[in-house]
Design a protein around this ligand. Structure first.
Ligand SMILES: Cc1cc2nc3c(=O)[nH]c(=O)nc-3n(C[C@H](O)[C@H](O)[C@H](O)COP(=O)(O)O)c2cc1C
Length: 185
Protein backbone atom coordinates (compact mmCIF):
# COMPACT_ATOMS: atom_id res chain seq x y z
CA UNK A 1 0.00 0.00 0.00
CA UNK A 2 1.27 3.45 -0.89
CA UNK A 3 -0.22 6.74 0.28
CA UNK A 4 0.73 9.97 -1.42
CA UNK A 5 0.53 13.29 0.33
CA UNK A 6 -0.34 16.07 -2.07
CA UNK A 7 1.06 19.11 -0.32
CA UNK A 8 0.30 22.72 -1.17
CA UNK A 9 2.65 23.92 1.56
CA UNK A 10 5.54 26.06 0.31
CA UNK A 11 7.39 25.91 3.65
CA UNK A 12 9.70 23.27 5.05
CA UNK A 13 8.82 24.02 8.68
CA UNK A 14 5.99 25.63 10.65
CA UNK A 15 2.46 24.54 11.50
CA UNK A 16 1.42 23.06 8.18
CA UNK A 17 4.59 20.99 7.80
CA UNK A 18 4.31 19.70 11.36
CA UNK A 19 0.81 18.47 10.51
CA UNK A 20 2.11 16.81 7.34
CA UNK A 21 4.87 15.17 9.36
CA UNK A 22 2.23 13.78 11.74
CA UNK A 23 0.36 12.36 8.74
CA UNK A 24 3.56 10.79 7.39
CA UNK A 25 4.21 9.15 10.74
CA UNK A 26 0.67 7.75 10.82
CA UNK A 27 0.98 6.31 7.33
CA UNK A 28 4.31 4.68 8.07
CA UNK A 29 3.14 3.23 11.37
CA UNK A 30 0.03 1.97 9.57
CA UNK A 31 2.31 -0.13 7.40
CA UNK A 32 2.21 1.85 4.17
CA UNK A 33 4.79 3.68 2.11
CA UNK A 34 4.58 7.49 1.85
CA UNK A 35 5.19 9.65 -1.19
CA UNK A 36 5.15 13.32 -0.23
CA UNK A 37 4.52 15.41 -3.34
CA UNK A 38 5.47 19.01 -2.63
CA UNK A 39 3.71 20.94 -5.37
CA UNK A 40 5.87 23.98 -4.66
CA UNK A 41 8.96 22.04 -5.75
CA UNK A 42 7.67 22.13 -9.33
CA UNK A 43 7.31 25.08 -11.68
CA UNK A 44 3.71 24.27 -12.50
CA UNK A 45 1.70 26.60 -14.70
CA UNK A 46 -1.98 27.22 -14.13
CA UNK A 47 -4.65 25.86 -16.46
CA UNK A 48 -4.38 27.68 -19.81
CA UNK A 49 -8.08 27.11 -20.60
CA UNK A 50 -7.30 25.87 -24.10
CA UNK A 51 -9.56 26.29 -27.12
CA UNK A 52 -13.09 27.39 -26.31
CA UNK A 53 -12.75 26.12 -22.76
CA UNK A 54 -11.40 22.62 -23.26
CA UNK A 55 -8.16 21.15 -24.56
CA UNK A 56 -7.27 17.46 -24.84
CA UNK A 57 -8.06 17.21 -21.11
CA UNK A 58 -11.71 16.67 -22.00
CA UNK A 59 -11.58 13.78 -24.44
CA UNK A 60 -8.06 12.45 -24.13
CA UNK A 61 -7.50 12.96 -20.40
CA UNK A 62 -4.19 14.74 -20.62
CA UNK A 63 -2.91 18.27 -20.28
CA UNK A 64 -0.89 19.45 -23.24
CA UNK A 65 1.39 21.39 -20.90
CA UNK A 66 2.00 18.32 -18.74
CA UNK A 67 5.77 18.36 -19.21
CA UNK A 68 6.00 21.10 -16.56
CA UNK A 69 5.82 18.38 -13.91
CA UNK A 70 2.07 17.82 -14.07
CA UNK A 71 2.45 14.43 -15.82
CA UNK A 72 5.02 13.27 -13.28
CA UNK A 73 2.74 14.19 -10.39
CA UNK A 74 -0.27 12.48 -11.98
CA UNK A 75 1.80 9.31 -12.42
CA UNK A 76 2.82 9.42 -8.75
CA UNK A 77 -0.80 9.86 -7.70
CA UNK A 78 -1.87 7.04 -10.00
CA UNK A 79 0.62 4.66 -8.43
CA UNK A 80 -0.72 5.44 -4.95
CA UNK A 81 -3.56 3.56 -3.32
CA UNK A 82 -4.84 6.45 -1.19
CA UNK A 83 -4.22 10.19 -0.98
CA UNK A 84 -3.83 12.81 1.71
CA UNK A 85 -4.50 16.40 0.69
CA UNK A 86 -2.68 18.94 2.85
CA UNK A 87 -2.76 22.66 2.34
CA UNK A 88 -2.31 25.80 4.36
CA UNK A 89 -5.30 28.15 4.34
CA UNK A 90 -4.63 31.21 2.22
CA UNK A 91 -7.46 33.72 1.92
CA UNK A 92 -9.93 31.15 3.16
CA UNK A 93 -8.96 28.76 0.36
CA UNK A 94 -6.29 26.18 -0.32
CA UNK A 95 -2.93 27.63 -1.36
CA UNK A 96 -2.69 28.90 -4.93
CA UNK A 97 -0.26 26.06 -5.70
CA UNK A 98 -2.75 23.47 -4.52
CA UNK A 99 -5.79 25.15 -6.04
CA UNK A 100 -4.28 25.60 -9.49
CA UNK A 101 -3.03 22.01 -9.54
CA UNK A 102 -6.44 20.53 -8.72
CA UNK A 103 -8.03 22.81 -11.33
CA UNK A 104 -5.92 21.09 -13.98
CA UNK A 105 -6.28 17.61 -12.58
CA UNK A 106 -10.08 17.80 -12.38
CA UNK A 107 -10.28 18.52 -16.10
CA UNK A 108 -8.22 15.45 -16.96
CA UNK A 109 -10.45 13.29 -14.77
CA UNK A 110 -13.70 14.70 -16.16
CA UNK A 111 -14.35 12.30 -18.97
CA UNK A 112 -13.60 8.80 -17.96
CA UNK A 113 -10.05 8.84 -16.60
CA UNK A 114 -9.71 6.82 -13.45
CA UNK A 115 -6.62 8.14 -11.70
CA UNK A 116 -8.64 9.37 -8.72
CA UNK A 117 -11.95 7.55 -8.93
CA UNK A 118 -12.59 5.32 -5.90
CA UNK A 119 -9.33 6.31 -4.20
CA UNK A 120 -9.67 7.17 -0.53
CA UNK A 121 -8.76 10.68 0.50
CA UNK A 122 -8.03 12.35 3.82
CA UNK A 123 -8.30 16.15 3.64
CA UNK A 124 -6.29 18.43 5.92
CA UNK A 125 -6.27 22.22 6.02
CA UNK A 126 -4.15 24.28 8.39
CA UNK A 127 -5.02 27.87 9.19
CA UNK A 128 -2.05 29.52 10.84
CA UNK A 129 -3.36 33.07 11.07
CA UNK A 130 -6.80 34.04 12.38
CA UNK A 131 -7.92 30.43 12.09
CA UNK A 132 -10.65 31.53 9.70
CA UNK A 133 -11.15 29.72 6.44
CA UNK A 134 -10.81 26.10 7.50
CA UNK A 135 -14.29 25.12 6.39
CA UNK A 136 -14.09 26.93 3.07
CA UNK A 137 -10.72 25.30 2.33
CA UNK A 138 -11.97 21.85 3.21
CA UNK A 139 -15.11 22.53 1.19
CA UNK A 140 -12.96 23.42 -1.82
CA UNK A 141 -11.12 20.10 -1.51
CA UNK A 142 -14.43 18.30 -0.95
CA UNK A 143 -15.94 19.69 -4.15
CA UNK A 144 -12.94 18.45 -6.11
CA UNK A 145 -13.26 14.99 -4.53
CA UNK A 146 -16.91 14.79 -5.44
CA UNK A 147 -16.27 15.86 -9.03
CA UNK A 148 -13.61 13.21 -9.41
CA UNK A 149 -15.34 10.32 -7.63
CA UNK A 150 -12.94 9.97 -4.72
CA UNK A 151 -13.96 8.21 -1.51
CA UNK A 152 -13.82 10.59 1.43
CA UNK A 153 -12.14 9.20 4.52
CA UNK A 154 -12.12 12.30 6.73
CA UNK A 155 -11.66 16.07 6.99
CA UNK A 156 -9.39 17.69 9.58
CA UNK A 157 -8.98 21.41 10.18
CA UNK A 158 -5.98 22.53 12.22
CA UNK A 159 -5.33 25.95 13.74
CA UNK A 160 -2.71 27.38 16.08
CA UNK A 161 -4.62 26.62 19.27
CA UNK A 162 -5.92 23.15 18.47
CA UNK A 163 -2.80 21.80 16.81
CA UNK A 164 -1.70 19.75 19.83
CA UNK A 165 -4.75 17.52 19.74
CA UNK A 166 -5.45 17.82 16.00
CA UNK A 167 -1.97 16.52 15.14
CA UNK A 168 -2.80 13.45 17.19
CA UNK A 169 -6.02 13.13 15.17
CA UNK A 170 -4.13 13.59 11.88
CA UNK A 171 -1.67 10.86 12.79
CA UNK A 172 -4.47 8.54 13.90
CA UNK A 173 -6.51 9.19 10.74
CA UNK A 174 -3.49 8.57 8.49
CA UNK A 175 -2.76 5.39 10.43
CA UNK A 176 -6.37 4.22 10.11
CA UNK A 177 -6.46 4.91 6.38
CA UNK A 178 -3.07 3.31 5.71
CA UNK A 179 -3.96 0.20 7.65
CA UNK A 180 -7.21 -0.33 5.72
CA UNK A 181 -9.87 0.80 8.19
CA UNK A 182 -12.39 1.64 5.47
CA UNK A 183 -12.61 -1.15 2.98
CA UNK A 184 -15.90 -0.43 1.27
CA UNK A 185 -17.06 2.56 -0.74
C1 LIG B 1 -1.24 34.69 1.47
C2 LIG B 1 -1.65 34.12 2.80
C3 LIG B 1 -2.97 34.12 3.18
C4 LIG B 1 -3.37 33.57 4.40
N1 LIG B 1 -4.69 33.53 4.72
C5 LIG B 1 -5.06 32.97 5.90
C6 LIG B 1 -6.44 32.84 6.24
O1 LIG B 1 -7.35 33.17 5.48
N2 LIG B 1 -6.75 32.30 7.46
C7 LIG B 1 -5.77 31.89 8.33
O2 LIG B 1 -6.09 31.44 9.42
N3 LIG B 1 -4.47 31.97 8.00
C8 LIG B 1 -4.09 32.49 6.82
N4 LIG B 1 -2.77 32.53 6.50
C9 LIG B 1 -1.79 31.89 7.38
C10 LIG B 1 -1.55 30.46 6.89
O3 LIG B 1 -2.71 29.70 7.02
C11 LIG B 1 -0.42 29.80 7.64
O4 LIG B 1 0.77 30.39 7.20
C12 LIG B 1 -0.49 28.31 7.34
O5 LIG B 1 -1.50 27.70 8.07
C13 LIG B 1 0.71 27.58 7.61
O6 LIG B 1 1.25 27.87 8.89
P1 LIG B 1 2.78 27.80 8.87
O7 LIG B 1 3.18 29.00 8.05
O8 LIG B 1 3.26 27.90 10.29
O9 LIG B 1 3.10 26.50 8.25
C14 LIG B 1 -2.38 33.06 5.28
C15 LIG B 1 -1.03 33.07 4.90
C16 LIG B 1 -0.66 33.57 3.68
C17 LIG B 1 0.80 33.51 3.27
Amino acid sequence: MKVCILSGNPKKDGLCQSVIDAAKQGVTEGGAEVDEIRLGDFKLIRCQVCGDGWGPCRDENYCKFGKDGFDEIVARIESSDAIIFASPVYWGETSETFKSFIDRLRRCEFNGQKVLRDKQVLMIASAGGTGNGLLTSLEQMDRFCRHTGMVIFDYIGVNRWNSDYKKIAVKAAAYAMASGRKTEK
